[in-house]
Write a protein that binds this ligand. Structure first.
Ligand code: FE
Length: 201
């Protein structure tokens, strides 16, 4: 999972702007050292490995899962993740009957503390439009073929509310530790454009 640290130019600019904003808001002053430190924090500490730990905990701990559903940001903070771009988190759960997909139709709002920076396809006009208009076709292009009777719910992120999908726990994962379970949880499975990996896949 250490390969997720590549950022394109847009991401780098967004990161710098976000860091600048965070410093201005929280400190009321700005130095380049502070900006660099914050950029480093986002690059080193944030990524889908965090969300994967949240999902794995939800899979093994029903009480945690309940807290996650009732106040996503608070439950995510229990594991030490939070802050900028993650203030209000709504956690939605996939079931055999319902599959959730997250998009930001307006721009690229995304839950940074648990997923890091958004992939470029998430920011593309095609994904933003088509995820709403024809989610089943989009999922198929991502390699996710859902039964016709499965309802697809599309969640439109905003600067106020970010979403995290808890994918279905795969079959055959019963004997696995929480760490081993977390390794099955991909970034895309937490956006809804993928499924959790099968053990041994
Ligand atoms: Fe947005």
């Amino acid at each position: 999972m250490s390969g997720d640290h590549h950022h394109d130019h847009d991401d780098e600019l967004a990161l710098r702007a976000a860091a600048l904003e965070a410093v201005l808001v929280e400190k009321g002053l700005l130095t380049t050292d502070q900006v660099d430190a914050i950029v480093e924090h986002y690059e080193r500490d944030l990524g889908p490995q965090n969300g994967a730990r949240v999902v794995a905990r939800a899979w093994v701990d029903p009480a945690y899962r309940q807290r996650l559903r009732s106040d996503g940001a608070a439950a995510i903070r229990e594991l030490g993740y939070g802050g900028f771009e993650g203030g209000t988190m709504v956690v939605v759960e996939n079931t055999p009957d319902v599959h959730n997909v997250v998009v930001c139709t307006l721009c690229s709002c995304y839950p940074w503390p648990v997923l890091g920076l958004p992939p470029s396809w998430y920011k593309s006009p095609a994904y933003r439009a088509r995820a709403v208009a024809e989610p089943r076709a989009v999922l198929r292009e991502f390699g996710v073929e859902l039964p016709a009777e499965t309802e697809i719910r599309v969640w439109d992120s905003t600067s106020e509310v970010r979403y995290l999908v808890v994918p279905q726990r795969p079959e055959g994962a019963d004997g696995l530790s929480e760490d081993e379970l977390a390794a099955l949880v991909t970034r895309d499975s937490m956006i809804g454009t993928g499924l959790a990996l099968e053990p041994g896949a």
